[in-house]
Write a protein that binds this ligand. Structure first.
Ligand code: AMP
Ligand code: MG
Length: 352
């Protein structure tokens, strides 16, 4: 079976797990459901109590929007981001395309709040590890001196000044990769589209990362968090109003050599995959912040996650470390319902 087919089957499984905790919908409930493929994953739209015509219109506009955003912001296919990276490489000031400028501005802001642990400027490192590829890399591990050369050049969003509509990069090692944040940003734009069409109750789910608005009728939406090391669901969370849930995991894209896993979330400080965490789940109002924060907290690991959460204004976090210990803040603990009670839970002090 080709890697691409395996990936798709795998994504379908992820989605099935994610939806497992949603209560069954009786036939007569006004639920609309549609799916399409974008951002390398299944995008799953669920609406409650929407007019049928509005629902079909929403779905088709959403698919067009997601297809465009996916190609504009792609890290290794030709498109706006690639063009922007070429312009950044000249180290000369240029007028950025208005479709990409707000993303770069927001990514830079979130990167600053995370103390650079979410670092959208490390595209060269991610490419060096082989993750700028439609197929999963099989290795080899990049040469240590190549990794160190990039780490020493310390590409960072602070190297790129934004002045009105113009960008100016001062570091030749900077190359943007928005993979840790673009899906969240896209989901926020998608929810805006739904709201403009008058839709009040929805889940927009991209392979388990999602934002909800409103409710599922009289009850909250209910979603599942994937277990990082077993097939199936680790825990369920109820959501209502306007909330996003994002998970970063070391199981998404990785290769193994001699029993060691080399995955796609890179610690910008070492240049190697962040190795103390297996997954981090964040709940936050907007999806872009939740997405960037989940990646940053994955890198922060069991020692630093609470400090970085406070810096980023995040109030709900669950982190599973390499030993399987579940780290949470008390507010998150009051919201998660585990499928099987974890053997070891470590509670932090409150985050706010
Ligand atoms: P996510 O699944 O949201 O955690 O995003 C992971 C993706 O973000 C990777 O596939 C890379 O493209 C990119 N990435 C990896 N490490 C970082 C990092 N430390 N900061 C920002 N982006 C990263
Ligand atoms: Mg992320």
């Amino acid at each position: 079976m080709s890697c691409a087919i395996r990936n798709r089957l795998y994504l379908c499984l992820v989605l099935a797990f994610t939806l497992l905790c949603m209560a069954c919908t009786p036939q007569d409930e006004p639920v609309y459901h549609d799916q399409f493929f974008a951002f390398g994953t299944l995008i799953d739209l669920t609406l409650y109590d929407a007019e049928p015509d509005t629902a079909t219109q929403a779905s088709s506009e959403l698919e067009q929007l997601f297809t465009r955003m996916h190609s504009d912001w792609h890290a290794w296919h030709p498109g706006l981001l690639q063009q922007t990276n070429r312009q950044l490489a000249t180290l000369e000031s240029f007028t950025a395309d208005p479709e990409i400028l707000p993303l770069i501005r927001e990514a830079n802001r979130l990167s600053g709040l995370s103390g650079g642990l979410f670092n959208p400027a490390i595209g060269k490192l991610i490419a060096l590890w082989g993750f700028h590829n439609d197929e999963l890399p099989q290795g080899p591990i990049p040469p240590k001196n190549a990794i160190m050369a990039l780490v020493e050049q310390a590409p960072s969003s602070t190297d790129v000044s934004v002045d009105g509509g113009r960008l100016n990069n001062h570091n030749p090692a900077v190359q943007y990769d928005l993979g840790a944040f673009a899906k969240g940003y896209a989901i926020d734009r998608g929810i805006e589209l739904l709201q403009k069409l008058g839709i009040r109750n929805a889940i927009l789910n991209a392979g388990g990362d999602l934002r909800v608005i409103g409710q599922h009728g009289a009850r909250p939406w209910r979603i599942g968090i994937r277990h990082p090391r077993q097939p199936g669901v680790l825990a369920a969370i109820e959501l209502s109003g306007d909330e996003s849930v994002f998970t970063s995991g070391d199981y998404e894209r990785y290769f193994e050599i001699d029993g060691n896993r080399y995955h796609h979330i890179i610690d910008p400080r070492s240049g190697y995959p962040a190795n103390a965490t297996t997954s981090v789940t964040v709940i936050h109002s907007d999806a872009a912040t939740a997405d960037a924060a989940a990646t940053a907290l994955f890198v922060a690991g069991p020692e630093l996650w609470a400090d970085v959460s406070r810096q980023m204004g995040i109030h709900y976090v669950m982190l599973i470390d390499r030993q399987g210990v579940v780290h949470m803040n008390p507010a998150m603990q009051s919201r998660v319902v585990f499928e099987t009670q974890p053997r070891n839970i470590k509670l932090s002090a409150p985050l706010s």
